[in-house]
Design a protein around this ligand. Structure first.
Ligand SMILES: NC(=O)c1ccc[n+]([C@@H]2O[C@H](COP(=O)([O-])OP(=O)(O)OC[C@H]3O[C@@H](n4cnc5c(N)ncnc54)[C@H](OP(=O)(O)O)[C@@H]3O)[C@@H](O)[C@H]2O)c1
Length: 263
């Protein structure tokens, strides 16, 4: 069956690696043209673009720091110039600092602001820039990549969890504000295998956490970027009556770790 995404155009922020790269690969599999965004990693972004082009779609690579509003506007303008339309936007680029939650002195006010500037303000700026073009072509779908941290208050640091909680709340506000033409939903990944966590946690803790999840998650595995991408693409490709939703893509991690409600 032909995908509803065939010949459409979707921007994926932070798509030079990890979840974002997995999303653009899966979009290309469906015949969707993609915009690959990065802020530092030009080489990896170009490699991902080549992989997409080999699948027969057009892939535009744009360097833009989504923390910067002028860069967000330029990213959207270059997309419109290349494809004449924007059907989907995936706000995937994110940042954090790894600080133990009980180390209250480990996070400064500027750490909070830096993390918010990308994870919350960046997503807002991208949506604000893209929405008029999405509306012009009959509407579209926005998918924010949040985190289980924003639901459970867990994750790499308190500022990161708070930023993802804010992103989840913003999803509700924008779903209300941008309907009926634009749907806004959020995917909340759990543990994702890859360098983000391996570098942040250190190899020993990363391996131990992965093994723990493989033993306790209801689905008995630690997820990879491709599992998160499946959930993102689902919101882009289908779900025409779904907006303002959060989807935990965590193999059931929230169930295994949840306190027992009735003793
Ligand atoms: N990994 C996990 O376990 C996990 C769990 C839950 C949620 N998440 C969320 O998933 C998203 C993707 O994470 P990932 O694990 O795939 O990490 P990743 O492999 O490190 O990818 C991050 C991507 O974001 C880009 N990026 C970072 N800051 C940017 C900025 N200011 N402007 C534009 N691009 C920027 C990076 O490109 P450059 O290198 O060029 O900057 C890279 O392409 C993030 O929002 C993260 O919070 C991850």
């Amino acid at each position: 069956m032909t995908s509803s995404l065939k010949d459409k155009a979707v921007i994926v922020t932070g798509s030079s690696s990890g979840i974002g790269a997995a999303v653009v690969r899966q979009l290309a599999d469906r015949g969707c043209n993609v915009v690959i965004n990065f802020s530092r990693s030009q080489g990896p972004a170009d490699t991902v673009a080549e992989e997409c082009r080999a699948k027969g779609v057009e892939a535009l690579v744009v360097k833009a720091n989504i923390a910067d509003d002028a860069d967000c506007k330029r990213l959207v303008a270059e997309t419109e110039h290349a494809f004449g339309r924007i059907d989907g936007l995936v706000n995937n680029a994110g940042t954090t600092k790894f600080v133990a939650h009980n180390d209250l002195d480990g996070l400064s006010g500027s750490d909070f602001l830096d993390i918010y500037q990308v994870n919350v303000v960046g997503a807002y700026q991208m949506i604000r820039a893209a929405a008029p073009i999405m509306r012009k072509d009959g509407g579209g779908s926005v998918v924010n990549v949040s985190s289980i941290a924003g639901v459970m208050g867990t994750g790499s640091c308190i500022a990161y969890a708070a930023s993802k909680g804010a992103l989840n709340t913003m999803t509700l506000s924008l779903a209300r504000a941008l309907g009926p033409e634009i749907r806004v939903n959020t995917v909340c990944p759990g543990f994702v295998q890859g360098d983000w966590l391996r570098n942040g946690m250190g190899a020993d803790r990363y391996d131990a956490t992965k093994a723990h999840l493989e033993a306790t998650n209801p689905l008995r595995r630690a997820g990879g970027p491709e599992h998160m991408a499946e959930a993102v693409v689902m919101f882009l490709e289908a779900g025409s009556h779904i907006t303002g939703e959060f989807l935990l893509a965590d193999g059931g991690q929230h169930l295994a770790g949840a306190p027992i409600a009735i003793r």
